[in-house]
Design a protein around this ligand. Structure first.
Ligand code: WTA
Length: 671
């Protein structure tokens, strides 16, 4: 707390120093890049504004909220929050609607501007949707949902491919005040069922089939299977993506047919600032995935501001976030950020390698994209295929190159910068999480021309006060240091709770270091202050930029009749960043061969979670290294998985130290 006051005081002194030197500030930069603060002559650079955002967050966010969002009713209190008590509330007494902010308010001057570019699976078959067309779709779906009984606060599960109908359905929920819960269409029916059950959703929106990388995905079939176990579900809307002949049951309704019978005019519900806009499930280190909830006003303001300033988005540009809508990146930077700014956004239905590793670059040339925002894992995959795929295309439309999801290694950074950006585009490595709502650390915005350090997100965004904390929960004050990354400030886009389990929210994020938001990531602060994220500090894996709890996979493995116990850890993987290594102990009476069991385990994980969760390596061992207090010593297993078995450290505290030698021996046989 004292540190907090001290650093605020330091920042305030700096702000005051700048205030005393208005003439100097004026000669540094005469046009403020921040129109919201236009009449505050002392706020000229990003640095000035950043300091101001920490010293006077009330004034800072109040100005942004009033200038960047359309309110039905003005708010009276900018925030009323106390992280120690788990209380987070912004823009109290204000009322607004997210769909109005993303669509309606642009209609008078941008009705005919393209809002969505649908990059369908087959290259060259893209479709364009204007703001007016999107508004009509949103209105019709809003009426369909409302007239079938969906009302404010109801949860709507969305299991759809990347398509305009998906964006319109999410916005239709927002319009009528329903809470959307998008479930990534690559998740299995079991994973879908548990998310529907946890949210107690009565409504599901899906498609007959999805198409991805030239392959058909049987979405309706998965929904039928899931819904058979979800007694809360009353209706399933089916969008016909392929028009395949899928079985339709009593509660199934063809979405387009229902839309055709509805008017596009749908009265929006005026929502309280703190009303939930959506929930999205994400993996934690223990237990089942948690439904992270985001608020209407705070989330919208944060995504609109970060989108504009981190990417320096300019009116008329085409923004290409290639993430799927099933992840937070799709929510914040394919939908809410771009559309709340009146921008043009890409919906990418395909994969980075379909029909070949030139897909992204051919698309950039064909669609003339100005920004691309992708995951490091796809860069690593594409750079392995050589430069020629990228060199075949004209990439001169690109202005900024973003990435998110996992640490961007130097090799991938260099490739992105030289081969894709031709050394003229900023590489914007953005660090954030499902829980943070939007980007928290990124090299931009910053004073134009400021240096970008390769392979790190570097600088905190406005309002974000990052702190490194040691094992004892104390702030690490040295400049060049490692620690657990925490955020000492509050910001409008932060998650409000875990659906139905506020205690878990507090225990996971607010209790580990009282007074701060605990991210679960480790970071290295370099001399000069630039931040590099070193990876998760808990048992969350990051596979190709997708979060996955070790415990989730272990649950599935342990459930197999031939398995006595299991432990799952990550190991360095060339392309995926992190691969999944499973140590399994076979029951004495199991009759199948190890190979048969391993095949079954992989199938089981695919069925119960998703294909990306399948272990890369499965090692049968006689036992696991348990401590005497009954915990698996994962530190040892991580080293074994990474094949760093020379120095396993102290194993004497184990209840069964001899098991380590046996595990190492079996690991050597895997090579
Ligand atoms: C990791 C994705 C290093 C991190 C938006 C975080 C990153 C988790 C970066 C959140 C980055 C995200 N550098 N690591 N630029 N961005 N991560 O919730 O471990 O799917 O905690 O949100 O991804 O994943 P999530």
């Amino acid at each position: 707390m004292y540190g907090c006051i001290r650093s605020l005081r330091r920042s305030w002194n700096l702000v005051q120093q700048v205030q005393k030197l208005p003439s100097l500030a004026r000669c540094i930069n005469t046009t403020t890049p921040f129109p919201e603060f236009g009449n505050m002559t002392d706020l000229r650079s990003h640095q000035d504004l950043y300091r101001f955002s920490l010293t006077d967050p009330q004034e800072f966010w109040c100005r942004l909220a009033r200038t960047r969002l359309k309110w039905d009713k003005d708010f009276t209190t900018t925030f009323d929050s106390n992280l120690r008590e788990g209380k987070i509330a912004w823009f109290l007494d204000g009322k607004l609607n997210a769909a109005v902010n993303c669509v309606d308010r642009h209609l008078p001057i941008k009705g005919d501007q393209v809002a969505l570019i649908w990059e369908r699976d087959e290259p060259g078959t893209q479709e364009y949707y204007t703001y007016r067309q999107l508004a009509d779709m949103v209105g019709q779906i809003g009426n369909v949902l409302r007239n079938s009984g969906v009302s404010k606060g109801d949860r709507v599960a969305i299991y759809l491919p990347m398509a305009p109908i998906t964006i319109a359905t999410m916005l239709a929920c927002a319009r009528i005040g329903a809470i959307h819960s998008v479930v990534f269409a690559g998740f299995s029916s079991d994973a879908l069922a548990s998310r529907i059950q946890d949210a107690k959703a009565e409504t599901v929106v899906t498609a007959d089939q999805g198409v991805r990388g030239g392959k058909v995905v049987e979405l309706k079939r998965a929904v039928d299977d899931a819904v058979s176990r979800c007694p809360t579900v009353k209706r399933v809307f089916v969008y016909q993506r392929t028009e395949a002949d899928v079985p339709m049951g009593k509660q199934d309704i063809l979405l387009q047919k229902a839309m055709n019978a509805e008017s596009p005019c749908c009265e929006p519900v005026s929502m309280e600032s703190e009303d939930t806009l959506f929930m999205l499930y994400t993996s934690g280190s223990t237990g089942k995935p948690k439904g992270i909830t985001h608020s209407t006003a705070g989330y919208l303001l944060y995504t609109t501001t970060t989108f504009k300033h981190v990417f320096d988005y300019k009116d008329g540009e085409k923004f290409g976030c290639v993430a799927d809508i099933g992840w937070i990146t799709g929510h914040s930077y394919a939908l809410y950020g771009p559309l709340s700014n009146g921008g043009t956004t890409l919906l990418f239905e395909s994969t980075p390698t379909y029909p070949n590793p030139g897909r992204y670059w051919e698309m950039v040339e064909r669609l003339q994209l100005n920004h691309i925002y992708l995951a490091p894992t796809s860069l690593r995959l594409l750079l392995k295929s050589g430069d020629s795929w990228a060199l075949n295309y004209d990439l001169s439309s690109l202005r900024k190159l973003g990435c998110v999801g996992e640490p961007l290694n130097h090799e991938a950074w260099e490739w992105y910068y030289r081969v894709i950006g031709k050394e003229r585009c900023d590489i914007i490595d953005t660090w954030w999480q499902t829980e943070t709502g939007g980007i928290c650390i990124s090299p931009r915005p910053s004073t134009p021309g400021a240096h970008i350090e390769p392979a790190m997100p570097m600088r905190p965004f406005f309002g974000i006060d990052p702190v490194l904390v040691d094992h004892d929960g104390q702030e690490v004050t040295e400049e060049d240091a490692h620690g657990a990354l925490c955020i000492r400030s509050i910001w409008p886009g932060m998650a409000r709770t875990i659906y139905g389990d506020h205690k878990r929210f507090i225990d996971t994020y607010l209790n580990p270091v009282p007074g701060m938001y605990y991210t679960g990531d480790g970071a290295h602060r370099h001399p000069g202050g630039a931040l590099q994220i070193t990876g998760r500090m808990d048992d969350v894996l990051n596979v190709s930029g997708h979060r996955l709890g070790s415990a989730e996979v272990e649950d599935v493995l342990d459930d197999h009749p031939a398995i006595a116990e299991s432990a799952v850890v990550g190991f360095p993987h060339d392309v995926k960043g992190e691969g999944i290594f499973a140590f399994v102990v076979r029951k004495d009476d199991a009759v199948e061969s190890e190979q048969e069991i391993a095949d079954n385990l992989r199938k089981k994980v695919k069925k119960e979670i998703a294909s990306y969760a399948q272990p890369d390596q499965i090692l049968f061992t006689p036992g696991l290294p348990w401590t005497r207090s009954g915990k698996i010593m994962r530190r040892i297993l991580r080293k074994v998985a990474a094949n760093e078995t020379e120095d396993l450290g102290d194993v004497t505290t184990l209840a069964n130290p001899s098991v380590v030698a046996a595990i190492v021996e079996r690991r050597a046989m895997l090579q």
